[in-house]
Design a protein around this ligand. Structure first.
Ligand code: HEM
Length: 507
């Protein structure tokens, strides 16, 4: 017994010593502080040794955990993820100062450490350095007002199909999941806008929706990979890389097949201005900025993901708010009936004449922004709010918290669309506090298209159907553990035809 006890004690001692030494090693390794060249960082909440504030990232939704830390310790904080400094902004006034005075310094994104990944890798838009002329100018051309005007027919035809699918389900008294229907709609619209009629073959619409769902489920891990990349890359560790890359390769193969078909049937099918622009740039041997086939696929993948997941989630949240607020539903219907009538389907050219519908959508985006967190990086040192933030510091703007900041919004947690019917000057002042599409140079280039997609989808659902839900209210709980804000209980409801014989929209 005695011998055993001494052996156990010896083992215990050695293990403890090893533990202490490795902890000390890790501590010394990770606790290398950022250089302090006149650095005066914002306040920092209490942190744990070695890991800093990492534990906050694992307790439920990251945006809500950050909002909680900020309401306790202040709206402008300095956090530490191991030895990597992050500045967290949760107030409208600091966000305003950053976008107004320092936008150029925060116009890049931190890499996720998976260069080859189609979405958020180094071939698409999101991680291209600001100033990459070709990418930014082609984005503006592809999603600008004139290009959108030229592709209006594609959207009108898909919107009519959306209405007919819902009507079919209504006749069968079938329940629909609004998020799924909206995802199918947006994917087929953007798929056709970007890949022409080749997109409609081989069940590609379903496949893209599957990809979007798989990729959306991985975004929490991608977000963590981005944050943990700097401390872990010293050990050659790239967290979650295999899982993310498997989905990316699968999607890349599918896009390659579609592009090959597109090229084969040059004269036979409905063309896409976006694909033609990309292929022309790829084939141009003398182009100033040469792009590869991988660039084309990454750009399409990012646009599909950027459009599909965000717009479908936003449509679902907006519809849930409308169903929970019968008076708002009534007012929306009055507006649509008086502007559009009941003999044709609402269409995107009606939207400017439907201010209340627009206000409802904005208010829903304010409370439920799919991109709740806006991650950026300081390219240069900046003085903000009396503090000095050094170059290379990561920045996270909590758009969710900014848009619920009580100093900037009256009754910030309540759904009040009327607030967006205010006068022009007031609206201009508020614009930098309203961040569902981010802001500044790296703000969302698809915001116009996003408003069109959500506006027409909600318009059709409100104009043509009543909606029956189980119980009295839609449960508005947020899903935890995702950087893209999603409903914990997806919205299921049964459409009941409201207009008995609506005529199709005139294209
Ligand atoms: C409701 C719909 C949408 C929402 C809420 C949304 C939201 C966002 C947000 C928050 C960002 C980051 C902005 C920042 O860092 O300041 C972003 C970026 C982006 N979005 Fe959207 N988006 C939507 C629709 C779209 C659509 C329809 C497209 C294109 C078809 C699109 C393409 C992009 C792209 C390419 C970026 C990256 C831009 C860059 O890094 O320069 N988005 N979006």
């Amino acid at each position: 017994m005695e011998a055993m006890a001494s052996v156990d004690f010896g083992n215990f001692f050695i293990s403890t010593l090893l533990c202490l030494l490795s902890t000390l090693f890790l501590f010394l390794f990770f606790s290398k502080k950022p250089k302090k060249n006149g650095v005066n960082l914002p306040p920092s909440p209490p942190s744990l040794p070695i890991i800093g504030h990492v534990h906050h990232l694992f307790s439920g939704s990251v945006h809500k955990s950050f909002q909680k830390i900020s309401s306790k310790y202040g709206p402008f904080l300095h956090l530490r993820i191991f030895n990597v400094p992050i500045v967290l902004v949760s107030s409208a006034s600091v966000a305003y100062e950053i976008f107004k005075d320092h936008d150029m310094s925060v116009s890049s994104h931190d890499a996720i450490g998976m260069e080859e990944c189609l979405v958020f890798g180094s071939f698409g838009f999101t991680n291209a350095p600001y100033g990459d002329y070709w990418k930014s100018s082609s984005l503006t051309n592809m999603l600008g007002p004139q290009a959108l005007e030229r592709s209006r027919g594609v959207r009108a035809a898909e919107m009519e199909r959306f209405y007919r699918d819902l009507l079919d389900k209504a006749m069968k008294k079938q329940s629909v999941e609004i998020g799924e229907e909206a995802m199918r709609l947006v994917n087929s619209i953007f798929g056709k806008m970007s890949m022409g009629s080749s997109f409609s073959e081989d069940n590609n619409e379903e496949k893209v929706s599957e990809f979007s769902v798989k990729f959306a489920a991985l975004t929490q891990k991608i977000f963590l990979a981005q944050i943990l990349r700097k401390p872990l890359e010293k050990f050659g560790i790239s967290p979650f890389k295999k899982e993310v890359m498997d989905v990316s390769y699968e999607f890349e193969e599918m896009l390659e097949r579609i592009i090959v078909k597109y090229e084969e049937k040059v004269n036979e099918h409905h063309r896409s201005e976006i694909m033609d622009t990309l292929l022309a740039a790829y084939r141009d041997q003398n182009a100033e900025c040469k792009i590869t086939r991988k660039h084309i696929k990454a750009i399409i993948a990012e646009l599909l993901f950027g459009a599909g997941d965000t717009s479908s989630k936003s449509t679902q949240w907006a519809m849930a708010e409308i169903i929970n607020n019968p008076k708002i539903l009534e007012r929306l219907r009055e507006e649509i009936d008086s502007v559009v009538g009941r003999t044709r389907l609402v269409q995107e050219t009606d939207l400017p004449k439907l201010p209340y519908l627009q206000a409802v959508i904005k208010e829903s985006l304010r409370l439920h922004p799919p991109g709740a967190l806006l991650p950026r990086e300081f390219d240069q040192g900046c003085k903000i709010g009396g503090f000095y933030i050094p170059k290379g510091t990561s920045l996270v703007i909590n758009a969710y918290a900014v848009m619920r900041d009580a100093d900037s919004w009256t009754d910030p947690d309540e759904f009040k669309p009327e607030r967006f019917l205010m006068q022009e000057e007031e609206r201009r002042e508020k614009v930098l506090n309203f961040l569902p599409f981010g802001a500044g140079r790296r703000g969302c280039p698809g915001s116009n298209l996003g408003y069109i997609l959500i506006g027409t989808a909600i318009g059709v659902m409100v104009q043509c159907f009543d909606w029956e839900i189980e119980g009295d209210y839609v449960n508005m709980e947020e899903a935890s553990g995702r950087p893209f804000l999603a409903m914990a209980h997806p919205l299921n409801c049964v459409p009941l035809p409201r207009i008995l014989n609506p005529l199709p929209s005139s294209l």
